[in-house]
Design a protein around this ligand. Structure first.
Ligand code: ITT
Length: 179
């Protein structure tokens, strides 16, 4: 059993489809202002592992839009809350270069052990409109092969997503360690 510290139900649903035995802990942690997801996750993990007894996992993710020089990136949660998907679409009006990617950094630790980190990315495009009501956050504006992540069931999204890549890497690491 792993504690997944997150306030995001969508993240938890996707992670549960990968790990099965996962308990969501919505206890919050400090998300520092830093230039990389790795720094945010490393700092968060120190805080969280001192507060919980048992294996714990956190994940920090972001959307990086090439034409916006990587914005919103580490500010993805704040930008989603403020200007939202319509705001990103407005920033991208008349922009031809639509390429973007999601990145996920997952950190995991057991009591008294060093933490480990795994990363994943999915590359796609910012569409011209929101499509689909599944998923969460930026999913309706992020397209892979002309289908938005908001149109995908969890199983489909988990075949290609940044989160599935980082979490499957952790899962394989845990299984390899078991031998
Ligand atoms: P935590 O409690 O786990 O921190 P959060 O929602 O604040 O949950 P992040 O700090 O990782 O998550 O912020 C990432 C932002 O990017 C957040 O607004 C998400 O909605 C968005 N995001 C992350 N992964 C996404 C995905 O798979 N699809 C769409 N949007 C995503």
């Amino acid at each position: 059993m792993i504690y997944f510290v997150t306030g995001n139900k969508g993240k938890h649903a996707e992670a549960r489809a990968i790990f099965g035995d996962l308990v969501q802990k919505d206890i919050g942690y400090t998300e520092i202002q830093a230039d990389t997801l790795e720094e945010v996750a490393a700092y968060g993990m120190k805080e969280v592992s001192s507060r919980l007894e048992g294996p714990v996992m956190i994940e920090d993710a972001g959307l990086f839009v090439d034409a916006l020089h990587g914005f919103p990136g580490v500010y993805s949660a704040y930008v989603q809350k403020t200007i939202g998907n319509s705001g990103i679409l407005r920033l991208m009006e008349r922009v031809e270069k639509r390429s973007a990617y999601f990145k996920s950094v997952v950190a995991y630790a057991e009591p008294g052990q060093e933490s480990v980190m795994f990363k994943g990315e999915v590359h796609g495009k910012i569409g011209f409109e929101e499509r689909g009501r599944k998923g969460f956050g930026y999913d309706p504006i992020f397209y892979v092969d002309d289908i938005s992540l908001g149109e995908m069931e969890i199983e489909e999204k988990n075949r290609i997503s940044h989160r599935a890549a980082s979490m499957n890497a952790l899962k394989e690491w845990l299984e390899a360690r078991k031998g």
